[in-house]
Design a protein around this ligand. Structure first.
Ligand code: NDP
Ligand code: N5H
Length: 257
């Protein structure tokens, strides 16, 4: 069994800064010897991504701009990537967005615009990028996305994003069924709360983490590195029998009533 990712190439979408879960994934895959391809939504985060990637050892990384709301941008990104590198072995989708004002108060007040925006960026984008990366995954491989418990249960304030994650989870399962015959597995990691740029300013994060410290079986929050190592497992041949699955990396919180 080959645990190393040497000679393999993985696309990582959604590094905003060093706190991003996507960056934890990048570091784990890099430690295993993988070559990495980073995509960022706009020029605003290009420098941050390039500066972080420059700290990695091993194979040179590649960089592409890709706003997942733009079909033409997705098509251009992945066709250029195919010309540049040919084959990729996996993709980590670490992207979500909802209007800040809809991540508080009651879900019943969600606007049509806000609902569709959250679905578009946080759920449909997985289907769109899977379709675009499929022609590059000629040797099979693994696609993963990041989800949250609020898609399975009602979690205060998660609101419109909870409905988007439920949609993302189902999208992941339908993609797993379609792409299995090409040797492509599709899974999700359901991460416990981690302080990132997205999480900043939404709700009272300190009190959310306090609940995790008091109640979760492991009595502590999870880290980007722990999610990264599960991503490494899902990208590697160790997980070759797993597809259409949600793996909770959450200190066991999801087993609680
Ligand atoms: P970050 O803020 O670090 O990452 C969010 C990313 O989404 C950013 O890199 C942002 O790109 C990207 N993004 C938003 N809109 C677009 C777009 N239109 N096109 C392309 N990219 C876009 O936060 P996290 O690391 O926390 O989030 C990553 C994933 O993890 C999300 O799916 C989130 O829901 C999930 N998650 C997070 C948890 C947490 O507690 N933090 C818990 C469970 C799941 P850019 O910066 O270039 O704008
Ligand atoms: C129950 C909670 C706490 C409340 C809900 C948080 C939901 C967060 C998810 C979305 C992705 C956050 C979001 O879209 C924020 C934006 O409105 C504003 N931020 C930005 O625009 C920044 C600059 C960019 C980088 O952000 C994005 N996304 O592009 C959930 C928490 C316990 C767990 C959690 C934080 C889950 C999650 O999905 O992230």
């Amino acid at each position: 069994m080959n645990f190393s990712l040497e000679g393999r190439t993985y696309v990582i979408m959604g590094v905003a800064n060093k706190r991003s879960i996507a960056w934890g994934i990048a570091q784990s895959l890099n430690s295993a010897g993988a070559r990495l391809v980073f995509t960022y939504a706009s020029e605003r985060f290009e420098k941050s991504v390039r500066d972080l990637a420059a700290t990695l050892e091993g194979p040179e990384s590649l960089f592409y701009e890709c706003d997942v709301t733009d079909d033409a941008a997705i098509e251009k990104t992945f066709s250029t990537m195919k010309e540049d590198i040919g084959v990729v072995h996996g993709l980590a989708h670490c992207i979500a967005f909802a209007k800040r004002e809809e991540l508080q108060g009651e879900f019943v007040d969600t606007s049509r615009d806000g609902f569709l925006l959250a679905q578009n960026i946080s759920a449909f984008s997985l289907a769109a990028v899977s379709k675009a990366v499929k022609p590059l995954m000629t040797e099979g491989g693994s696609i993963l996305t990041l989800t949250y418990l609020g898609g399975e249960r009602v979690v205060e304030n998660y609101n419109v994003m909870g409905v988007a994650k439920a949609s993302l989870d189902a999208t992941m399962r339908y993609l797993a069924n379609d792409l299995g015959k090409y040797g492509i597995r599709v899974n999700a990691i359901s991460a416990g709360p981690i302080r990132t740029l997205s999480a900043k300013g939404v709700g009272d994060f300190n009190s959310i983490l306090k609940v995790i410290e008091e109640k979760s079986p492991l009595r502590r929050p999870v880290t980007q590195e722990e999610v990264g190592d599960t991503a490494y497992f899902l990208m590697s041949d160790l997980s070759r029998g797993i597809t259409g699955e949600i793996i909770h990396v959450d200190s066991g919180f999801s087993i609680l009533a």
